[in-house]
Design a protein around this ligand. Structure first.
Ligand code: AGP
Length: 366
């Protein structure tokens, strides 16, 4: 085991640090510089069929579901096809309407998650066509799906998913680019997204270079029993995944909610004992997010902003700066410092990071 971890203390940190290479692999051979689109050989979906898609429904569990939420937003933004994500574990129990003009996408690192696999089987029984975004080649979900995209993230050992999650979001961006370019997405917009994708590995390196600084902030976070994560629209699934990572390995209670929902309930719990990690991209919702920070500060809540530009000491106690990409792709980068934050908080608390209590890497039972 220590050989495989090499110089890294845990598989989780090894896999976090492998992300520039994992993302580069996910992109290799898949970007078409002539037509500014994506080549996805395994989709098994010809352009005529792809143009007939009227809805996209993504299913997955846990972090794969949160990656699916990012994917749904990417697809809807770049293709203007309505898209949404739902936990596979819920989907399979509610007798969903399965429609022939909906494209179903199942997302899974292991390819063995029972809830996702049985949801795929139920979809297919009712005539649904299901693509798989899967990491493990030849796994049950990969074999069951009608086509798909392999993530090529490499083996992931840590129970807390990091590089596979990031590779899922990249695969969704490729799928969105492909679907967009055979519909309304212009060549210029396609070039913009393709260039953004190419910049990701270098930008992830720049985030990883801030590990010492993130470790300091994580040490402070580890002093608390409970934390909030907030984000709006593109930042919301990022906040959900950030809370998930923190819960899984540090056992600090963490809850994510949209910044816009603050006034509708969670504000009652803001106090000095409960810090907030705020996702603050420099996008069209920046002003709204800054207002949210002001509302939290007015209740004496501590704030760690994960942002493109520092909101200033009046609005945030600490800031982790993240390089800016294209707005649609920014969630991919904003998630990375939250992995380091969870890792170093768990390390400060002395937990068994690669084998968190009560969790298995792959849930192959109901
Ligand atoms: C991730 O950190 C979790 N351990 C968990 O939520 C995981 O993403 C989920 O169980 C789905 O697994 P899969 O991607 O292998 O299907």
């Amino acid at each position: 085991e220590s050989y495989e971890r090499g110089e890294h203390r845990h598989f989780m940190i090894k896999e976090i640090r492998e992300q520039p290479a994992a993302v580069a692999r996910a992109l290799t051979g898949r970007l078409d510089t002539r037509f500014h689109t994506a080549h996805l050989g395994g989709l098994n979906l010809d352009p005529r069929e792809a143009r007939a898609v009227r809805r996209v429904k993504i299913i997955g569990c846990g972090s794969a579901y949160y990656a699916g939420q990012i994917g749904a937003q990417l697809i809807e933004e770049l293709t203007r096809i309505p898209a949404d994500a739902e936990p596979a574990s819920e989907f399979r129990y509610r007798n969903p309407v399965v429609s022939p003009d909906t494209l179903y996408v199942a997302v899974s690192q292991s390819g063995e998650t029972y809830d996702t696999l049985t949801a795929v089987q139920e979809l297919q029984r009712k005539g649904g066509r299901v693509l798989g975004l899967v990491n493990v080649v030849g796994s049950a979900i990969a074999r069951q799906c009608d086509g798909g995209i392999y993530l090529h993230a490499g083996p992931e050992q840590s129970v807390a998913s990091t590089k596979a999650y990031t590779s899922m979001t990249v695969a969704f961006a490729l799928l969105a680019l492909y679907l967009g370019r055979i519909r309304d997405l212009s060549p210029d917009a396609g070039r913009r997204i393709a260039n953004g994708l190419k910049a990701l590995p270098g930008q992830i390196e720049r985030i990883l270079a801030q590990e010492d600084r993130i470790k300091e902030v994580a040490g402070a976070l580890a002093e608390y029993r409970s934390a909030f994560f907030v984000g709006r629209v593109r930042g919301y699934p990022v906040a959900r995944e950030g809370a998930q990572k923190l819960k899984e390995i540090s056992y600090i209670h963490a809850e994510a909610y949209p910044g816009s929902e603050l006034k509708h309930g969670p504000l009652a719990l803001i106090c000095p004992e409960r810090p907030t990690v705020a996702i603050v991209p420099d996008d069209e919702l920046l002003a709204k997010n800054l207002t949210t920070l002001g509302e939290i500060r007015a209740r004496h809540g501590r704030i760690l902003a994960v942002a493109h530009t520092a909101p200033g000491p009046a609005l945030a106690d600490d800031v982790i700066l993240v390089p800016k990409n294209e707005p649609e792709l920014d969630p991919i980068l904003l998630s990375v410092p939250l992995q380091l934050l969870a890792y170093h908080a768990a390390l400060a608390l002395g937990h068994d990071i690669d084998k968190p209590r009560n969790l298995a890497k792959s849930v192959t039972v109901e």
